[in-house]
Design a protein around this ligand. Structure first.
Ligand code: ZN
Length: 268
C-alpha cells in the first residue's frame, strides 16, 4: 500500500533509507527546513541548505521513484537570534518559486521566548505575502501546551491565515483536541522510544478520530526511524482498523492538505 511521508528530514538520511522507504510504499516525501544540530555561522549556510532542499534532495529521491517536496524557513531554535533570523528570511524569496516548495516551515517555538515569537509572526506574514502553506513545530515537554496556544493565537492575530492551511506538528494527547477544535491540521511525529510512539498515535486516533490529522516519522539526525509510518500502519492493522482508515491517515490526509499547494502534483 502506498503512503506519503509528510515530514521527513532526508538531508540527515542515507540513500539506502530512500530505498527502504520506496520498498515500504513511500511515493512522496515533504521535507521541512529544520535545525541542523548546530547553529550556522552565516546566512550562506542557509543558502546552501535551501539549495540542497530544492535541488539535490529531489534528484536523490527521484532515483527511487519518490517525489520530493520541501518547506523553507529559519527554524525556531536559530530564530531566537532575530538579527540573524531576519537575514535568513530575506533570502527565502529567492528560493520560493522552486517547483518543489510547498510552504513556510517548520516554523514555531522552541523555548517560547519573545524573540522566537517575533520571528514566528514575521514568517507567518511571509507565508501570507507569498500565499504559502504553513507547517508548524511545537515545543517539547513542559513548554508544549503553552507554546501550541501561543502559536495558534499568533496565527489568528495575523487575521489572514485560514487554519485549514496550517499543519501543527508534534501534537500529543494534551494538545491534539484543541488544535483540531480550532480548525488546524494536526501532525503526530512518531519516534521509536520517546515522544509519540506508534501505540500512542493509534490511541490518539481512536480517541479523536481521523479528520485533519497525519502521521510522520521526522527521520531527523537523532534517534528516529524512516520507516515509522509503515510501522504505525502495522500497529493500526494489528488493532483491527480497516485498510480504508489506514490509507486515509497515511495517504489521503497528507495528500489533501499538501494539495492546497499548486506545486504538489502527486497523482492520486
Ligand atoms: Zn522536523
Amino acid at each position: 500500500m502506498k503512503y506519503i511521508e509528510p515530514h521527513g528530514h532526508m538531508v540527515s538520511r542515507t540513500t539506502a533509507d530512500y530505498k527502504s522507504m520506496a520498498l515500504a510504499g513511500c511515493v512522496a516525501i515533504s521535507e521541512p527546513a529544520f535545525w541542523a544540530g548546530y547553529d550556522r555561522s552565516a546566512v550562506q549556510g542557509f543558502h546552501d541548505y535551501f539549495s540542497q532542499l530544492t535541488q539535490y534532495e529531489p534528484a536523490r529521491a527521484a532515483k527511487f521513484g519518490i517525489e520530493h517536496y520541501c518547506w523553507l524557513c529559519i527554524n525556531p531554535k536559530e530564530g531566537d537570534d532575530p538579527g540573524f533570523a531576519r537575514e535568513v528570511i530575506s533570502i527565502i524569496p529567492e528560493f520560493i518559486s522552486h517547483t518543489n516548495v510547498l510552504g513556510i516551515g517548520e516554523i514555531g517555538l522552541n523555548k517560547n521566548t519573545k524573540n522566537e515569537l517575533a520571528i514566528f509572526e514575521e514568517q507567518v506574514a511571509l507565508a501570507v505575502k507569498y500565499d504559502q502553506l504553513i507547517l508548524v513545530h511545537t515545543p517539547h515537554l513542559e513548554d508544549k501546551l503553552k507554546g501550541t496556544r501561543l502559536i495558534m493565537d499568533a496565527i489568528e492575530a495575523n487575521g489572514n491565515v485560514s487554519p485549514g492551511r496550517v499543519l501543527i506538528d508534534h501534537v500529543e494527547e494534551h494538545t491534539v483536541k484543541e488544535v483540531m477544535d480550532r480548525g488546524y491540521w494536526a501532525g503526530m511525529t512518531l519516534y521509536p522510544d520517546t515522544k509519540c510512539t506508534a501505540q500512542r498515535a493509534a490511541d490518539i486516533i481512536e480517541m479523536y478520530g481521523t479528520q485533519q490529522i497525519w502521521m510522520n516519522s521526522a527521520c531527523d539526525w537523532g534517534i528516529s526511524d524512516p520507516l515509522a509510518v509503515p510501522k504505525a500502519r502495522m500497529e493500526l492493522k494489528h488493532r483491527g482498523h480497516s485498510e480504508d482508515i489506514i490509507h486515509k491517515l497515511t495517504f489521503d490526509n497528507p495528500f489533501t492538505f499538501l494539495s492546497q499547494s499548486s506545486n504538489f502534483t502527486l497523482a492520486e
